[in-house]
Design a protein around this ligand. Sequence first.
Ligand SMILES: Nc1ncnc2c1ncn2[C@@H]1O[C@H](COP(=O)(O)OP(=O)(O)O)[C@@H](O)[C@H]1O
Ligand SMILES: [Mg+2]
Length: 412
Amino acid sequence: MKLDAKMIRYLTSEDFRVLQGVEAGSRNHEVVPTPLITQLSGLRGGSGVHRSISNLAKTNLIAKVKNAKYDGYRLTYGGLDYLALNAHQKQKVVYSVGNQIGVGKESDIVVVAHESGSQRILKIHRLGRISFRTVKTNRDYLRHRNASSWMYMSRLAAMKEFAFMKALRENGFSVPEPIAQNRHTIIMSLIDAFPLRQIAEVPNPASLYSELMEIILELARFGLIHGDFNEFNILIKEIPIPNAEGKTLDDSEPATEENMRLEPVIIDFPQMVSIDHANAEMYFDRDVNCIKRYFKRKFHFESDVPGPFFKDARKKFIKNPGKRLDVEVEASGFSRKMARELEKYMQDVGANGDGEDSEGGSDEDEDEDEEEQSGSEVEVSAEDAQSDQVSAEVEESSKRLEGLQVSGSSRQ
Ligand SMILES: Nc1ncnc2c1ncn2[C@@H]1O[C@H](COP(=O)(O)OP(=O)(O)O)[C@@H](O)[C@H]1O
Ligand SMILES: [Mg+2]
């Protein structure tokens, strides 16, 4: 699934209203019946609406679904991308769309530009893309739950990531600046740096290692465990240090501790957990061991200090706690209930972050097939699994989170 930016400009206002109608209908209909689409679009029925429906279906923003009881349409990822991007453009956080720089298992990363020309990152959450991989239970799970749960869950992931990024940033952690969140997407500042994974050599592995462990402990002191702390989710900024004559190193010189400072920037927060989580210790140890293993393999560095251990982190947290960001995020609109729903879904569909099978090759082709399946083949139960109440709640929280962007978005 790729973001198709070309399409953005070619919708008539009628098409757009019909697309919004399909989105509104999908909140509680897996397959939105055509008369409902007409009603929700606020247009008078007739050939206009049908023309729009057929335009949208041709450009894959919606897809026709044949159901046992009635025919109708569902929103596709393309349609949802369109709506999100359109909202970002309207709010002037995005002016134009550039290259896609990453395809994760559960997200796409795209460079976009602000009207000032400065570059930003659009992260599109795509939970459910891998959900039909091999495991039959995933299929059953989704079928019983809600075929459009990909849309809801991806949105929860974006809300969660945005809320944590904001809380972390405001409390001095080195993370990208969160700029806006809409539907299943977030906009953040672009970090001009490579992931640790791509760094062949560092001048002083011991010091970078302890800095990373320090970050894990510091997160815990603020009530948090990253949960996916690995070489892909740590970007390493290289900051040249000027020498006595005020000159910085040029490309021919090797980087040393004297002429180059490395600053880790942490990204990717949808799996973050509270230090009070039932499996907190397991997540904490996993984060620590991930770094240990990586430094041993890549830089042949092993620390002679054991740990850090979860009990040390807890001790710090109790004696000298930072602000409780787990609690703060809950209050900001990403509720505990949403956290639980998202966590269960991510577990059930095997969304383990990118630490797992990281050596694996590309399986994009497979993904394409799955995308097909997740759409039209799913048998649709007539019940609307997602109740109106849930969508109203999410709607409200999402608005609150989206509201947070306003001050940030005007800044550069
Ligand atoms: N703000 C950013 N600035 C620069 N590169 C980024 C940024 N966010 C993500 N990336 C790049 O995209 C990759 C995937 O992003 P990530 O948020 O980890 O998504 P996923 O959830 O798919 O792992 C990262 O490893 C990094 O290379
Ligand atoms: Mg990642």
